[in-house]
Design a protein around this ligand. Structure first.
Ligand code: SF4
Length: 855
């Protein structure tokens, strides 16, 4: 099988992948982001490339249409809206999943031809605060460092970043470096104890949004301890004295940490030259997100610890092409090539380069305001590309209504049914990962090729082509591209403007490069791989700015809801949801709640919790979250759960500088959801149980469903058939009057096609075992036992997704003497492929009260 060199479509680490049309997936040993490693999501890419659920042809109002009709209609509706209501009556909402070429063409169309800057993307939810912080400090949106700096550092400080689950290969690189050089220390700063804490020498369980106070405190400590780099400041930095003076006003601000802990952290930071501070969504998704970024950068500027090997602030971008989007101006307040929208010379130069008829003159609507404008009726035509705002934005139900309120909405996507697509007028089938070609830029400014290795299915087309064809139908020249290479070369050439205006971005060295064989390349192409070691900032005087910052007053509502990602799912699960392996890790929407809060609310283990009357979730009782705080993953949608779309319950403000919504700080109420019965089902058929609580997930043999009801069914067999989608076959029923438990097996042609378990309390069943019985010739009574027979091992809930190793298997191995992560790997294979589960293996060993031996 010929393998194609391409790039993973998930997180901002940007791992190189070798992929084959038969679903073969390997880490690319030559790619400098991962050197052959892949995480669980990357490893399972081969399971997600099937055509199940794909949108394969255009649809207008739910009816199949031809491309000509669809493109004509889109062009006409957008043109009419611009003619009748002006350029700002239309909007695009894109995605960090788009390739740079797609992004570039969409921006060119909206900003240079339609003449509005109403193009924003889900990158607004991801790293807009980092962009704003970089621009305030450096004069440009520059990530100064590289991944190698993380390996070379003597101290890595992780802030608001569950790297082990959200950037797993970067986490693995740090873990490997620490294992090779045990003097390296890691501090994890997070209101939650996470899988990443496993690697940390010190965990600071900071109060949510206590970061500005923490780093202001560090700055004053550095000043008092005479650890500032006076000559670096003198030559390269403005605003240091003002920043320190402002930081002193923060003294005593609430971080939730003891003085002793603060001193320990401050001493560690002050006493170590090679410090890298890595930050992501816990910093960015906040009403003080930009200030948090600058509070971190202030400390690095004041000590000159920036741009040198093993030193610097480092923003880990969430999405595969968040950085590429930023380069081509993929946010409503930016222009391509890092040019500034508010600068007339920049706008004129870009318009001349594009030879375009018009140019936006002011910033457009940022994501939250864009959908408010949809709700208010100001937007007459909207195009959503490769993203699912009806799930991912705060007030998700309100956003779904807002999309429905727009007279004409286009959704271009790979999937036929998404929560946002369900609100659209017209659906356009986009080519997916493996089917299209282009480039992405990862967190360390490295441009890599995504290459096609699969045929484009049905009538799908790449996004750049769809956008260009609409632009041509709107009467615009400048979109006659034959392929993504032509777009890339135009864009790379355009970065000469960045140089002309003294900016950082430079891809001009790639204009003549061979696009087909383009190797992963960091920008500035042919220049330094690190910025700012000797100053050279991009403010007019060439100096950086330290910002005077005030720590916010921290308020605590009834419960503070934090949202985030889990290890084995990506965004709204349109792709990772297809993988049974990935679904086995955490298969339903849940809320982590502290034991004292659960007790106060009368919620027992595995019972259900209701958030703000908007969502129902499985309660995961855990002291890893602080009292009166909750954590919920963002991935579940209305397609796979009754009410697991957590952002429906999230109504929050946004950062005043970046416009990034504070998705980790919703004030919510919580209460027990009083189910009368709980159910669990597995079936060979797809299921849509539609009960007060339900969540479905793919299994290796079909589907599984968790459900709960408020009314006892009249007849359990009918309930079982309805939930499992099983009409035919014989039913065997077991009812225990003492416990109230009911079990139903549906058998057809001597094989089990569905199993259903119901109970007045949360169902206790060996779920992987039950799923494995579907399609098997097993006696119905054995199947109804809900657990493996004594002579058959029950692996328990899946921990290692790659090798499907369950918790029971691991427990047995630990008890049998495998008391290191390495030994567990040798005994069970767990953790020996992608390594994403290693933190959980270590946690399991320590739960069993056994010391984790050094490896
Ligand atoms: Fe993909 Fe995982 Fe690498 Fe991120 S860390 S790019 S999800 S393989």
């Amino acid at each position: 099988m010929t393998l194609t060199c391409t790039t993973c479509p998930y997180c901002g680490v940007g791992c190189g992948v070798l992929a084959g049309a038969d679903g073969t997936i390997k880490g690319d040993p030559a790619h400098p982001a991962n050197f052959g490693r892949l995480c669980s999501k990357g490893s399972a890419l081969g399971e997600t490339i099937g055509l199940e659920g794909r949108l394969l042809y255009p649809k207008i109002m739910g009816q199949r249409a031809c491309w000509n009709d669809a493109l004509d209609l889109v062009a006409r509706k957008f043109s009419n809206a611009v003619r009748d209501f002006g350029p700002d009556s239309v909007a695009f909402y894109g995605s960090g999943q788009l390739l740079t070429e797609d992004y570039y063409v969409a921006n060119k169309l909206m900003k240079g031809y339609i003449g509005s800057a109403n193009i924003d993307t889900n990158s607004r939810l991801c790293m807009a605060s980092s962009v704003a912080g970089h621009k305030r400090a450096f004069g440009t949106d520059t990530v100064p460092g590289t991944y190698e700096d993380l390996e070379e550092a003597d101290l890595i400080v992780l802030v608001g970043s569950n790297l082990a689950w959200c950037h797993p290969v970067l986490y693995q690189r740090i873990a490997a470096a620490k294992a090779a050089r045990p003097t390296m220390r890691v501090v994890n700063i997070d209101p939650r104890i996470t899988a990443t804490s496993d690697l940390a020498d010190l965990h600071l369980q900071i109060k949510a949004d206590g970061d500005v106070a923490l780093f202001n405190g560090l700055l004053t400590y550095l000043a008092d301890a005479k650890k500032l780099d006076a000559s670096y400041i003198e030559e390269h930095v403005n605003g240091c004295a003002e920043a320190i003076a402002a930081a002193r006003h923060s003294e005593g601000s609430d971080t939730g940490l003891t003085d002793a802990t603060l001193q320990q952290f401050y001493q560690m930071w002050a006493g170590t030259d090679k410090v890298v501070t890595v930050y992501s969504q816990g910093v960015n998704q906040s009403t003080s997100g930009t200030d948090k970024v600058n509070a971190i950068i202030n400390c690095h500027l004041a000590t000159g610890r920036i741009g040198k090997p093993g030193m610097g602030p480092f923003s880990a971008t969430g999405q595969p092409n968040a950085m590429g989007g930023r380069e081509v101006g993929g946010l409503a307040n930016m222009l391509a090539a890092h040019l500034d929208i508010e600068n007339t010379e920049h706008r004129d130069a870009l318009q001349a380069a594009w030879n375009s008829p018009t140019m936006c003159t002011t910033a457009g609507l940022k994501a939250v305001d864009l959908f408010k404008a949809c709700a208010d009726g100001h937007i007459k035509a909207l195009w959503i590309m490769s993203t699912n705002p009806a799930v991912s934005l705060p007030d998700a139900d309100g956003v779904a209504d807002a999309i429905s309120n727009v007279p004409f909405t286009v959704v271009s996507d790979i999937m036929a049914q998404t929560d946002s697509g369900d609100c659209a007028t017209i659906l356009l089938p986009a080519a997916g990962w493996g089917e299209k070609s282009g480039t992405v830029t990862n967190s360390e400014r490295r441009v890599s090729r995504q290459r096609a290795f699969l045929p484009v299915p049905g009538e799908a087309r790449p996004d750049w082509q769809i956008i260009s064809q609409v632009a041509q139908r709107m009467g615009f020249d400048g979109f006659n591209y034959d392929n993504p290479e032509a777009i890339f070369k135009e864009y790379a050439g355009l970065t000469a403007l960045s140089q002309q205006f003294g900016k950082d971005l430079d891809l001009t060295g790639l204009v003549d490069a061979d696009y087909d064989t383009l190797a992963p390349t960091q920008w500035p192409v042919g220049g330094t791989d690190r910025f700012f070691a000797k100053g050279g900032f991009y403010h007019a005087d060439g100096k950086a700015k330290m910002l005077p910052l005030t720590a916010p007053v921290l308020e605590q509502g009834t419960f503070r809801l934090n949202t985030g990602r889990i290890r084995d799912q990506w965004h709204t699960m349109t792709r990772t949801g297809k993988s049974a392996k990935l679904g086995a890790h955490l298969a339903e929407p849940y809320v982590e709640i502290h034991p004292t809060d659960a007790a106060d609310l009368g919620i027992g283990p595995a019972e259900l919790i209701r958030i703000d009357n908007k969502g129902i979730f499985r309660a995961l009782i855990s002291d890893k979250v602080a009292p009166r705080t909750l954590f919920a993953p963002l991935h579940w949608t209305r397609q796979n759960s009754s009410s697991g779309t957590v952002n429906s319950a999230v109504t929050v403000g946004a950062d005043p500088f970046s416009g990034q919504p504070a998705l980790k700080s919703a004030d919510v109420t919580a209460a027990k959801f009083n189910a009368l019965w709980y159910g669990f089902a597995v079936s060979a058929n797809s299921m849509q149980p539609t009960r007060p609580y339900h969540a479905i997930a793919k299994t290796a043999t079909g589907w599984q469903a968790e459900c709960a009801g408020m009314k006892t069914p009249n007849e359990w067999e009918a309930e079982a058939r309805s939930i499992t989608g099983t009409v035919t076959g014989d039913a065997a029923i077991l009812h225990d009057a003492t416990t109230g438990q009911t079990r139903v097996a549906i058998i057809e042609n001597d094989r089990i096609t569905a199993l259903f378990f119901a109970s007045p309390t949360p169902v206790v069943v060996a779920r992987p075992h039950a799923a494995a019985l579907i399609g098997q010739e097993v006696s119905s009574l054995n199947a109804l036992a809900g657990r493996a027979a004594a002579d058959q091992p029950d692996p328990g809930p899946t921990v290692c997704a790659c090798f499907q190793v369950g918790a029971n298997t691991l427990r047995d191995a630990v008890v049998g003497g495998a008391t290191t992560v390495e030994a567990l790997g040798e005994a069970t294979c767990a953790g020996t492929n992608c390594g994403s589960c290693k933190p959980e293996l270590a946690a399991l060993i320590s739960q069993l009260q056994l010391p984790v031996a050094a490896e």
